[in-house]
Design a protein around this ligand. Structure first.
Ligand SMILES: Nc1ncnc2c1ncn2[C@@H]1O[C@H](COP(=O)(O)OP(=O)(O)OP(=O)(O)O)[C@@H](O)[C@H]1O
Length: 285
């Protein structure tokens, strides 16, 4: 657990769609060196929080404070959406969004496009081969290859991304995000569609990224077993509101969380696998 000031501090985040309040005054923090999970039942507002955080939506109100190591305190909600990733808050999506007809290596190159264009001076001359552009391009290829190597994807570097297994495509998405040097990696349901073996490998991968690169990871995930195993902190939302936060042990024993996931005891029987994941098998009839 990292005790410095949080990398990200969200306060009073509200997002309305017409009459619907999808996110209602949510606060949360994410720290460098931590895996922070954001969980809650379907429709609770998790992806909307991510969309606000990563510049896809302009929040109705609230403050999204990023402590950037060189730029100081940045209020993300004030930035144009495309600037958020440039400040190091990078995401993956619930549905994989690779370029399926490009190779894996090309997918990682595209992610670095903005940096490359900046090196070209956004000019035709730059693109036509000035040395600054050429060395930047080489740097981008080297960085892409480094991340492919780190995520054990080198052997598929020249394959079309769309031909890979779902689990491998998820890995490529994470490699692509990491190649942009994020401060905060936001993963929206990275285990969705993965088999148990792929999910276990994903867990190991996220733990090793946290260990080796000391970035913050913010994770939306429905696989409670994965969340409970790898997270440092867990925030729980229901109907757009934060209902609990704490360590996995604190959250799995929180009555409000148990009710949010399972309903009232008399309403429905607890599914055995959920009870096992939350480790509350003995606590309920
Ligand atoms: N662009 C939008 N326009 C209108 N309503 C929206 C929009 N995006 C989300 N919502 C609504 O906001 C609420 C929260 O949705 P959101 O996708 O954030 O939930 P979630 O917790 O991510 O759900 P899930 O776990 O199923 O992905 C839902 O009622 C949803 O229908």
């Amino acid at each position: 657990m990292n005790s410095a000031l949080p990398l990200l501090e969200v306060s009073g985040l509200t997002m309305r769609f017409g009459g619907l309040v999808a996110v209602d005054g949510v606060g949360l923090t994410a720290r460098t060196g931590d895996i922070t999970a954001l969980i809650g039942p379907n429709g609770a507002g998790k992806t909307t929080i991510f969309n606000c955080l990563t510049g896809f939506y302009k929040p109705t109100s609230g403050r999204l404070l990023l402590r950037h190591p060189s730029r100081g305190e940045v209020e993300l909600q004030r930035l144009p959406g495309f600037q958020v990733a440039r400040h190091g808050v990078v995401r993956t999506f619930q549905n994989i969004r690779l370029f399926p007809r490009m190779t894996v290596l090309e997918n990682l190159m595209v992610a670095q496009h903005v940096g490359l264009m900046a090196k070209s001076g956004f000019s035709i001359a730059g693109l036509l081969g000035l040395s600054g552009w050429r060395s930047a391009e080489k740097g981008a290829i080297d960085k892409a290859r480094l991340w492919l190597d780190r995520l054990e994807l080198t052997r598929v570097a020249d394959e079309e991304a769309g031909n890979l297994s779902y689990g491998m495509q998820r890995r490529v998405e994470i490699a692509r995000a990491m190649a942009t040097d994020p401060l905060l990696l936001c993963l929206d349901e990275p285990a969705a569609g993965l088999n148990p073996r792929e999910t276990a490998a994903l867990g190991e991968l996220l733990l090793s990224i946290r260990e080796q690169f000391g970035i913050g990871i913010l994770l939306i995930e429905h696989d409670m077993s994965l969340v409970m195993r790898i997270s440092d902190q867990v925030h729980v939302v229901e109907y757009g509101r934060k209902i609990a936060e704490g360590t996995p042990d604190q959250v799995r024993n929180d009555e409000r969380v148990i009710k949010a996931y399972l309903g009232e005891p008399e309403e429905e029987e607890m599914p055995a696998e959920v009870a096992q994941d939350l480790n509350i098998g003995e606590a309920r009839p």
